[in-house]
Ligand binder design. Structure first.
Ligand code: SF4
Length: 263
């Protein structure tokens, strides 16, 4: 059915639902307000500016977990739950040198894996999951990491966030994994509010312009990790301070040079 046929066949209620956003935009325009991105406290133009600035500062942002292939990426992300990337990298250096495929990981065995990752929190459970997911990859996926969300989330120790990271980094999908940093930055700035990580993820997927979705996860995680920190955000050197809705912005410490504001 062509688009024109489809619109001719719309029921009256569907047609009126489709007209609602247009009416809202028209009402906003009549009141002299800029249209807002759906579920964002920022206007569409402001959201665009946020990501244009991130992109200008860091066109190809990278994660901070070390890996050599999709399998080691998957293992590193599983190990990173409630642990720092630096701590995970320290442990995986020797682990991945010994086992960079599911087959080698199974051969290494749970006891040895547990020993090699014992500096990471929850290492007993994580060692069990790493071996179990390696066995599943060998048995069900020919030793390859699947590129589908459902297959990834069916693996032991792999949830939505881990699947999103693997789909994004290993397979180039425009997924946005919401961890503690993205959850805080989304809510604090007003960019994408939500009571749960899933709600923030869905809001981000609605408001982040398509051109920026591929790297949005990395830009926001780096923003949360190094600038918009949990205890005390460093608003005085933040590249999006003029767009952010957080009211209690922090002043620069004595002697610090604030960034020149973007205009
Ligand atoms: S202005 Fe402050 S609160 Fe807002 S994003 Fe920047 S660091 Fe975070």
């Amino acid at each position: 059915m062509s688009d024109s046929e489809s619109s001719r066949r719309r029921t009256p209620s569907a047609a009126s639902a489709a007209a609602r956003p247009r009416r809202a935009r028209a009402a906003a325009a009549a009141e002299g307000k800029a249209p807002r991105a759906r579920r964002s406290g920022l206007t569409r133009a402001e959201v665009e500016t946020v990501f244009a600035r991130f992109a200008a500062a860091d066109p190809e942002p990278k994660g901070e977990l070390d890996y050599v292939n999709p399998f080691t990426l998957l293992v590193a992300v599983v190990l990173s739950a409630q642990a720092t990337d630096a701590g995970v990298n320290k442990a995986t250096k020797a682990l991945f040198a010994a086992a960079d495929t599911p087959q080698k990981m199974v051969a290494l065995g749970e006891d040895r894996v547990r020993e090699m990752i014992r500096t990471i929190g929850l290492y007993r459970t994580k060692a069990k999951n790493v071996i179990a997911l390696s066995e599943r990859l060998v048995a069900e996926h020919g030793g390859a990491v699947p590129a589908e969300r459902a297959a990834l989330e069916a693996l032991p120790g792999v949830g939505r966030k881990t699947a999103n990271v693997v789909l994004n980094i290993a397979f180039g999908e425009p997924t946005i994994a919401v961890d503690t940093h993205l959850f805080r930055v989304g809510n604090r700035t007003g960019l994408a509010s939500g009571a749960t990580p899933l709600a923030v993820e869905e809001a981000l997927l609605r408001v982040v312009p398509a051109a920026y979705r591929r790297h949005a996860h990395h830009w926001l995680i780096l923003q949360g990790r190094y600038v918009c920190k949990a205890r005390r955000p460093e608003c005085w050197r933040c590249p999006i301070a003029d767009l952010c809705r957080f009211e209690a912005k922090t002043p620069p410490p004595a002697g610090a040079m604030p960034l020149r504001p973007y205009r």
